[in-house]
Design a binder for this molecule. Structure first.
Ligand SMILES: *[C@@H]1O[C@H](CO)[C@@H](O)[C@H](O)[C@H]1NC(C)=O
Ligand SMILES: *[C@@H]1O[C@H](CO)[C@@H](O)[C@H](O)[C@H]1NC(C)=O
Ligand SMILES: *[C@@H]1O[C@H](CO)[C@@H](O)[C@H](O)[C@H]1NC(C)=O
Ligand SMILES: *[C@@H]1O[C@H](CO)[C@@H](O)[C@H](O)[C@H]1NC(C)=O
Ligand SMILES: *[C@@H]1O[C@H](CO)[C@@H](O)[C@H](O)[C@H]1NC(C)=O
Ligand SMILES: *[C@@H]1O[C@H](CO)[C@@H](O)[C@H](O)[C@H]1NC(C)=O
Ligand SMILES: *[C@@H]1O[C@H](CO)[C@@H](O)[C@H](O)[C@H]1NC(C)=O
Ligand SMILES: *[C@@H]1O[C@H](CO)[C@@H](O)[C@H](O)[C@H]1NC(C)=O
Length: 475
């Protein structure tokens, strides 16, 4: 029975998404016998590790693992004990650690070493802690989104497990907003030699040219720190009216993203006061200062900071920070640019008293107006979405119970669950073959129906003969 359990019980995988502001643990599950099929891996558990992201432990890496215990204990309860040894754990760190490595490589390595030694003492199969690159983060997010939406392959025949690339099915672009970086990834039909950031992704023998770019320091938190560093002691039009707070200089000027904005008289522990004025127009103007358009005045395929980008095309899904911000605006799914703008103006003009709802935490609530203004500016003036293309963006955080996050694509790729080569019917499906399959399936279905009717009659006859109470439930 132990052996049977091992063969037939589901398999599990664990991914820790070590972001700049926090670490999230994801547990994925899939049936053991269907290792290469798409759409079968789903998220069964998610847990936020208490405290800040791992890069915040630069000066005390030994202390970072203790908060992992809570989540890991819950994970151990979720996965049958005899499968612990058979469950892989991957830790991927993103922009927070990329910045720390640029700032102090020794400190970054010590943080990773502390994680390594923690997981070596755990029952799971630890597959390493890595800092993933911006383009990897972008592409894994794109893979996750399209995998969960069933855009890669679809089940076709029911006698034999075979897969086809859905005819005419388009992939979706992915927009991810983290604390320290933001990623845009989509299929570009423009010649890839024009863009340095086009990656070729091969899944089940099908090639996709994915344009991807990660903007470091354009994550929500780092962008806001840059704004605060620019304002310095001035009234903050992005904070709500009647809101005041005192922040240490280190809070917003200590980051690598704001190093160039550091004042000459920089005292890390000195407090700076910020008073909110809740002025949406002025906030938008301040946010525009975070983008540099002078670096590429020449071409329209250059959104900002001198980065070349093909024109946005097709539908997009915007998740993580994008989703949480539009959620604060009481919006969801698809909506017009004008609706976003009017909700943003309404939110930005509100006074702090109106934000004091129990569901909001101060540090999040005070920044909603900034987040909305930043997203508006990034999408409209940065990536060049307009009134026509904006409604093609769907703001969504999960599909079923699985989060749209780079972590799933990361695990699928590392475990080779979406191999480059695969057994699949020719793409695209020819109409003649399609009709043939349809006739075959209809015939098979009819036969099954006849058989069921036959079973039903037989069972009824038996019941009548033996006079035993017997309820027949057809499948
Ligand atoms: C778990 O078991 C399966 C099937 O025996 C095997 O293919 C896989 O490599 C194992 N995974 C780990 C992490 O040991
Ligand atoms: C880098 O980090 C190490 C380990 O935390 C520390 O000893 C060192 O002083 C740091 N270097 C700088 C330049 O901050
Ligand atoms: C691609 O990168 C090369 C070298 O890094 C650079 O010279 C070239 O201008 C880049 N091309 C584009 C379109 O960004
Ligand atoms: C914008 O980019 C250009 C070209 O890279 C640079 O010379 C300029 O200093 C940048 N401006 C700002 C405000 O960062
Ligand atoms: C969102 O809805 C809540 C509750 O209905 C309301 O108090 C708040 O003002 C709304 N916010 C916006 C930006 O519309
Ligand atoms: C956004 O809404 C405000 C207030 O309704 C309006 O003044 C502004 O012109 C709008 N901006 C755009 C770009 O539509
Ligand atoms: C999502 O989770 C809930 C609660 O665990 C469960 O009832 C529901 O069936 C799940 N939905 C899907 C699509 O898996
Ligand atoms: C699953 O993929 C792996 C790696 O590409 C391959 O070796 C294996 O044969 C595949 N298994 C099935 C059942 O197709």
């Amino acid at each position: 029975s132990f052996l049977l359990d091992l063969i037939f019980s589901p398999q599990y995988g664990i991914v820790l998404d070590a972001g700049s502001s926090r670490t999230t643990v994801y547990v994925y599950e899939w049936p053991a016998e269907k290792e290469n099929d798409t759409g079968v891996v789903s998220q069964t558990f998610k847990c936020n590790v208490k405290g800040p992201g791992i890069s915040s432990y630069e000066s005390n890496p030994g202390a970072l693992v203790k908060p992992f215990d809570d989540c890991l204990n819950k994970v151990k309860e979720r996965i049958p004990v005899h499968l612990h040894k058979n469950t892989s754990v991957y830790l991927g760190a993103t922009a927070g650690m990329r910045l720390l490595r640029l700032q102090n490589e020794t400190a970054a390595n010590e943080v990773l070493a502390s994680i390594q030694s923690y997981f070596r003492a755990q029952p799971f199969e630890f597959r390493g802690a890595q800092i993933i690159t911006g383009p990897e983060e972008g592409v894994y997010g794109w893979i996750t989104a399209n995998y969960l939406m069933g855009n890669f392959l679809e089940v076709f025949s029911f006698l034999n497990v075979t897969w086809v690339h859905p005819y005419g099915k388009e992939t979706m672009g992915a927009l991810d907003l983290g604390g320290a970086s933001t990623q845009i990834s989509f299929i570009s039909e423009e010649p890839q030699e024009n863009f340095n950031s086009t990656l070729q992704v091969k899944l089940y023998g099908y090639s996709y040219n994915v344009y991807t770019h990660s903007f470091q320091c354009y994550g929500r938190d780092e962008a806001e720190k840059r704004l605060l560093a620019l304002l310095l002691q001035v009234r903050n039009p992005c904070y709500p009216q009647n809101y005041s707070t005192a922040l240490t200089m280190k809070y917003f000027s200590g980051s690598l993203c704001t190093q160039s904005l550091r004042p000459a008289n920089y005292y890390p522990n000195q407090l700076v006061n910020f008073h909110g004025t809740g002025d949406p127009g002025l906030c938008q103007e301040m946010v525009s200062l975070l983008f540099n358009f002078t670096a590429c005045r020449d071409g329209e395929d250059c959104p900002f900071n001198g980065i070349h980008q093909p024109k946005v095309k097709g539908s997009f899904v915007a998740f993580s920070g994008f989703y949480y911000t539009i959620n604060a605006l009481n919006l969801s799914g698809h909506f017009s640019l004008a609706d976003f703008n009017s909700s943003m103006w309404f939110l930005c003009s509100q006074s702090w008293l109106q934000f004091m709802l129990p569901k909001f935490e101060e540090t999040y609530a005070r920044s909603y107006c900034f987040s909305a203004s930043f997203i508006y500016y990034l999408l409209v003036h940065g990536y060049n979405f307009d009134a026509e293309t904006w409604p093609q963006i769907r703001f969504q955080k999960e599909v079923g119970n699985s989060s749209i996050a780079w972590s799933l694509g990361y695990m699928l790729s590392l475990t080779n669950m979406i191999p480059a080569e695969g057994k699949l019917i020719q793409v695209p499906l020819k109409p003649a073959l399609f009709t043939g399959l349809l006739i075959f399936l209809t015939a098979t279905a009819l036969l099954c129906l006849l058989f069921l009717v036959y079973l039903c009659i037989v069972s009824r006859n038996r019941k009548n003969m033996s006079r035993v109470e017997h309820v027949f439930i057809p499948e």
